[in-house]
Ligand binder design. Structure first.
Ligand SMILES: [Zn+2]
Length: 215
């Protein structure tokens, strides 16, 4: 059995709590001409095998077993003008083949765990910034945050988490929580929220930038 946090993004849970209403996630891209949508059981987005072949692969393109995280590769079957075969999405997720309580027995795609291009090599572990954000989202005092990565001399990555909050923040609580959930803990810095937001805005993106890659 997979842990539920691979099936649902924390944002979905937060929206459910905030609105006191069911929230259903979907995942797709223009190229797919279809999407993976959650059913009433909210246990990942169901694959539509009649519309698209879905694979999870390792770096060499080998198909991984169910429940293993890897790159989502799709072959849409309904796209005629611009056919795609084994289109690499660059997104990392897992497929779950177990029975779904909704009664529909197609595999389900779990929450997107990160972008392949943002993969971090940290203390012998593979991490994605999205995994760090997912964990921090569970800590009430963390109002905003970003992640910085630099190359270390030993070919690994130096990962720094900058937390912005105007509330009282216990840095040790954050590091302990990250350690418990990720099994490694990046360096954590806490600053006031406006100065953290300023850095994220200064990147000039349409949305606040949350990941700074200096490798
Ligand atoms: Zn279902």
């Amino acid at each position: 059995m997979q842990k539920p946090d691979h099936l649902r993004a924390p944002l979905a849970r937060d929206l459910c709590d905030a609105w006191d209403a069911p929230v259903f996630s979907s995942y797709g891209a223009t190229e797919f001409e279809t999407a993976f949508c959650e059913c009433s059981a909210q246990q990942g987005g169901h694959v539509h095998p009649e519309l698209m072949l879905t694979e999870i692969v390792d770096d060499a393109g080998n198909v991984l077993p169910d429940g293993e995280p890897g790159e989502v590769v799709v072959t849409p079957l309904g796209v005629e003008g611009f056919p795609l075969v084994r289109f690499r999405t660059g997104d990392i997720a897992r497929l779950h083949a177990g029975h779904c309580s909704c009664g529909w027995q197609t595999p389900r795609l779990g929450a997107i765990e990160g972008r392949l291009a943002q993969r971090l090599k940290y203390k012998g572990t593979t991490l994605y910034p999205e995994m760090i954000f997912h964990v921090l989202q569970e800590i009430k005092s963390v109002e905003t945050c970003y992640v910085e990565v630099r190359s270390a001399a030993d070919q690994t990555d130096e990962v720094r988490v900058v937390v912005g909050s105007d509330a009282a923040v216990d840095t040790k609580e954050i590091t302990d929580f990250l350690q418990a959930r990720l099994r490694v803990c990046p360096e954590v810095h806490v600053k006031d929220k406006p100065s953290v937001v300023q850095v994220m805005e200064a990147a000039g993106g349409r949305k606040l930038q949350r990941f700074f890659d200096f490798r």
